[in-house]
Structure formats: C-alpha cells, structure tokens
Design a protein around this ligand. Structure first.
Ligand SMILES: Nc1ncnc2c1ncn2[C@@H]1O[C@H](COP(=O)(O)OP(=O)(O)OP(=O)(O)O)[C@@H](O)[C@H]1O
Ligand SMILES: [Mg+2]
Length: 138
C-alpha cells in the first residue's frame, strides 16, 4: 500500500480511499481496538477521505497518530486538503446538508462514530478535519 509506513497517505483517486481504509484498519487493529470500534473508525475514514476526493477535488492527505494515555489508547486521524473550503462549518455538520446533491450524512455520521471532532476551514485555502477515537487498553 506504500503509504502505510510513512504515517500519511495521499488522497487523489477512488483507489486511495480504499488504501486509506485498509491502512487504518491495520493500524487500529494493531493498536488494540476491537472489531466494532475498528468498523466505526474505518467508516469515518471512508467518509472523510471521500469528502477530500469529492469536495476538495482530490488534493489532500490523511495522517494518523496513536495517542497513549494512562489506561487508554487513541487513534487520531487528520484529513487535510487544499480544496475550496467550507463556508459554514455548523451548517456542513447538519445531517442532510449537502452542496453536492448527495445525502449530506457524512460529517454528522463521523461526529457520532468518533469521540472528538474538529473542523477548521478557510474558503479558497482548504479544510482540516481532526477526529479521535479512544479505547480502553485490555
Ligand atoms: N473537505 C471538504 N472540502 C470542502 N467542502 C467540504 C469538505 N467536506 C465537506 N464539505 C462540505 O460539507 C458538506 C457536508 O458534507 P457531508 O460529508 O456531511 O455530506 P456530503 O459529502 O455532501 O454527502 P454524503 O457524505 O452523505 O455523500 C458537503 O456537501 C460540502 O459542501
Ligand atoms: Mg461526504
């Protein structure tokens, strides 16, 4: 998959979305997340990588980090693009809001699946979405 060992994957094609999913499935499993959480995390990756591909005209990256805290482990995912940006982040987070004639369920779904979510965006400059999922160390 190429990008697995570098800590960041480029998002420039449909195939890159699949790669992002596979990489994070492996990383989250290795970090000790159970199957249910791995599925949640991978679903979030799908939505956020797809948003980069669709809305930011495929000019972005996914980066990840494993976070260690006493008794828990986290996975941090950062999607960064140089696309058109989001005019109103609160509106973009609303279930059903879309500018692409789609379902508008991506960001609101990710918010439910992950423990932390932060979007920063500037019109004409780009968008960064940071999400974290925490799990207990077994
Ligand atoms: N990376 C991004 N760059 C620019 N705009 C974005 C980005 N991600 C989301 N948006 C904006 O936020 C809106 C809502 O995103 P969301 O993922 O919830 O829905 P969608 O992508 O339109 O539809 P769905 O994900 O259900 O197919 C998008 O329609 C788009 O306007
Ligand atoms: Mg979407």
């Amino acid at each position: 998959m190429g990008c697995e060992n570098t800590g960041e994957c480029h998002i420039g094609s449909e195939g890159d979305i699949v790669t992002c999913r596979k990489v994070i499935r492996n990383v989250a499993t290795a970090a000790g997340f159970g199957m249910t959480d791995v599925t949640r995390i991978v679903t979030a990756v799908s939505e956020l990588a797809r948003n980069v591909y669709v809305h930011a005209e495929s000019t972005g990256m996914m980066r990840w980090n494993i976070l260690q805290q006493p008794g828990k482990v986290g996975i941090e995912l950062i999607f960064e693009d140089q696309g058109k940006g989001i005019a109103d982040i609160d509106q973009a987070m609303e279930a059903g809001f879309t500018t692409a004639n789609s379902m508008g369920m991506g960001l609101s779904g990710v918010k439910r699946l992950m423990d932390e979510m932060l979007i920063s965006s500037e019109l004409g400059v780009g968008t960064t979405v940071r999400v974290v999922k925490w799990g207990r160390i077994k």
